[in-house]
Design a protein around this ligand. Structure first.
Ligand code: C2O
Ligand code: CU
Ligand code: CU
Length: 492
């Protein structure tokens, strides 16, 4: 596992004083090409139990807790929700009122953020409202957005990377009545399967966060877990299988492709289905991004989902795992498959009109700062009038990988360096990868939930960067109102 490290050390000693080349070589981890034996059935997170309360609200219980997991290295100390690792899949329908009671059974503060969800800032789970060890928090809101693959994860100040890495993350599936949802594979865990991809670095049986050689983005593990399963395979019994891909890693970018390079259908992005299936042979996801894809299989065949060289060959890639390749998941088709066909059209999404933008803002991500400033819970970076549309021009000002994520809303990408976005950025998004020195123009509507006293976040979703303060805040106010953020952390 660390052979390259020893080799690098040897070389460094050999040419001691011999300079930059050797040091650069040492810190630039050679590209990995990890192949695995697929020996374990993919574990599928259970659907979270829920009850309906007297007011007709769907109530979920989540408990953040420590535990022990078999991640392929014996018994590993991990964290999870309602279990030892990851969490159950929450599922609710558009229009439903949901309540999630979160309890913190960890020995440190945490929060739970509903990534991709449109909800009031007070229940958004940002770092302003830590849930102390032993404490609890209730989030309640009405689900009001198209069916989508969302997720939940901790968002405490400075500890997000560690908490997610130990296993705190889960999926939140929103359903709606669009006919396309039923036309696509939709049998949870059978032909509609969560695929939460994470890279891990092990030191013996324990998860290690010290393997930070070279990269500027935090842990880059050399082993892949899918839903917590190492070397996973999935038995498929129908001609089409829908995979809900979620990059639930802390730093690593993936470029998903099938090993034989066959095309598959991209059907959804972060915030829901796209207008029609787009055939492609690869889809890139940075941390926090999702894609729903549909793969067609023939009876009896085995096809491997891989991640291949996600970042091309520039500097941004060389130091940050951008040239690594991994086996992710093997799909094993049964000898006879249930027939299935892909719908031609999915949903009709209206495009937001930049001509109606009330504001145009510019954000440059550089170092650990956005527009030259680090996170300050007392500063409001954008005051947004409720029920207006804004255009944000977002760019990455240097060679480190960064991404852009905004809470509360789903946005549309208007352009990348002035050109039309590629299909994988063509649908509703809440997170995008920022390639070096490129400008992404996005548009979002801030429809409701004015609250002058509570901020939402926007930030880089490389979790180390987020923890280091690469975040900003926006507040939604009624027209004519101004933000009034309380000082310090909030408690209910
Ligand atoms: Cu997925 Cu502010 O986070
Ligand atoms: Cu989020
Ligand atoms: Cu970043």
């Amino acid at each position: 596992m660390r052979k390259w490290l020893l080799g690098g050390l040897g070389l460094l000693l050999l040419c001691c004083g011999g300079g930059v080349a050797a040091i650069t070589w040492f810190f630039a981890r050679p590209p990995l090409d990890q192949r695995v034996d697929f020996t374990r059935p993919l574990s599928v997170p259970p659907l979270a139990a829920s009850s309906v309360d007297g007011e007709g609200r769907r109530v979920f219980e989540l408990r953040a807790q420590p535990g022990d997991s078999d991640l392929g290295h014996g018994s590993t100390r991990t964290w999870g929700y309602n279990g030892a690792y990851l969490g159950p899949t929450l599922r609710a329908k558009r229009g439903e009122r949901v309540v999630v009671n979160v309890r913190n059974a960890l020995a440190e503060p945490t929060t739970v953020h509903w990534h991709g969800m449109h909800l009031p800032a007070k229940v958004d789970g940002g770092p302003h409202r830590p849930i102390p060890a032993g404490g609890s928090f209730q989030a309640a809101w009405t689900v009001d957005q198209p069916a989508a693959t969302l997720w939940y994860h901790p968002h405490p100040s400075e500890r997000t990377e560690t908490q997610v890495y130990r296993g705190l993350a889960g999926m939140f599936i929103v359903d709606d009545d669009e006919p396309a949802q039923r036309a696509l594979p939709h049998d949870y865990g059978v032909d509609d399967v969560p695929v939460m991809v994470q890279d891990k670095d092990f030191d013996g049986a324990q998860l290690s966060m010290s393997g930070r050689f070279g990269g500027d983005i935090g842990v880059l593990g050399d082993e892949i877990l899918v839903n917590g399963t190492p070397g996973p395979y999935l038995d498929v019994r129908s001609e089409l299988v829908r995979l809900r891909l979620l990059n639930a890693s802390t730093a690593r970018v993936y470029n998903f492709a099938l090993a034989d390079n066959r095309p598959f259908a991209l059907v959804g992005t972060d915030g829901g289905l796209i207008d029609r299936p787009h055939m492609t042979s690869n889809v890139r996801l940075s941390v926090g991004e999702r894609a729903e894809i549909v793969v067609a299989l023939k009876p009896g065949e085995r096809v491997t989902l891989r991640s291949v060289r996600p970042l091309g060959s520039d500097l941004q890639s060389k130091f940050n795992g951008g040239q690594d390749s991994f086996d992710i998941l093997q799909l094993r088709a049964a000898a006879t498959l249930t027939p299935a066909t892909l719908p031609q059209a999915l949903v009709a999404t209206p495009r937001l009109d930049p001509g109606r933008a009330a504001q145009i803002r510019t954000f440059e991500f550089k170092g650990r700062e956005i527009n030259g400033q680090g996170m300050d819970m007392g500063r409001v970076d954008a005051v947004i009038v409720k029920d207006t549309t804004e255009v944000w021009n977002v760019s990455n000002g240097h060679d480190t990988p960064h991404s852009f994520h905004i809470h509360d809303v789903q946005f549309q990408v208007l352009s990348v360096d002035g050109a039309a976005p590629p299909p994988e950025l063509g649908g509703w998004k809440d997170t995008i990868f920022l390639e070096s020195k490129r400008q992404y123009s996005i548009i979002a509507r801030f429809a409701d939930y004015a609250d002058p006293t509570t901020a939402y976040m926007f930030h880089c979703h490389v979790l180390k960067h987020e923890d280091e303060g690469m975040m900003g805040q926006f507040v939604i106010v009624e027209k004519g109102d101004t933000p009034r953020l309380p000082h310090g952390l909030q408690h209910d």
